[in-house]
Write a protein that binds this ligand. Structure first.
Ligand SMILES: [Zn+2]
Length: 191
């Protein structure tokens, strides 16, 4: 198994910490398989530009989807099962300044639409004006769409086990580079 790990793996310094983390991964199609305890390369997951100053550490959680069926028996049983089977891992996901800005803008727009929609619905209810209520509901419904459109990194967890993390949702530019030395021996990125 270990022979599949990228032989060009390098130590990549984490911004703001002294201890470097090694990046050990391999690709399976569009799925990036990362060794637990190592870190993603500090590149924007959307365009592969340097992202050392725009890193965000995320706690990922995963369990096999079949365990959701226990919720049909009883949500409490699912909660107990979840505590037992849930696997978690910390991953640092990079975005370049441009994609970080787009993400922040989309999240801000989602919050604004939520606020305006809520105000319109309240106005509609207090004045018994159906039009206000309907417009309010429409504007509120925009919020999750805006957040999903550009408010996320797009990285999704495929699987987490005791040794590895499988992720998808990376741009082709990001995925293309790990196959060559160039991507890994990229110049050191300033803070
Ligand atoms: Zn980018």
């Amino acid at each position: 198994m270990s022979k599949d790990i990228n032989p060009y793996a390098v130590k990549i310094p984490i911004s703001g910490t002294a201890a470097p983390l090694e990046s050990r991964f391999r690709l399976n199609g569009k799925i990036l398989i990362l060794e637990k305890g190592s870190d993603l390369p500090h590149r924007c997951v959307k365009c592969n530009a340097p992202s050392a100053s725009n890193l965000r550490t995320t706690q990922l959680r995963w369990h096999h989807p079949a365990w959701f069926l226990t919720m049909l028996l009883n949500p409490l049983i699912y909660m107990v099962v979840y505590l037992i089977v849930n696997q978690s891992a910390r991953v640092t996901i990079g975005l370049c300044p441009q994609h970080r800005r787009s993400r922040n803008l989309a999240l801000a727009a989602a919050l604004v639409s939520l606020f305006i929609g809520f105000c319109l619905m309240l106005t509609g209810t207090s004045t018994r004006n159906d039009t206000f209520s309907k417009i309010g509901m429409g504007v509120t419904a925009l919020a999750p769409l805006l957040a999903a459109w550009k408010g996320t990194t797009g990285i999704r967890t495929v699987r987490i086990d005791k040794k590895e993390i499988q992720l998808k949702g990376f741009s082709q530019a990001f995925l293309d580079r790990p196959q060559g030395r160039d991507w890994l021996s990229a110049p050191k990125i300033g803070r």
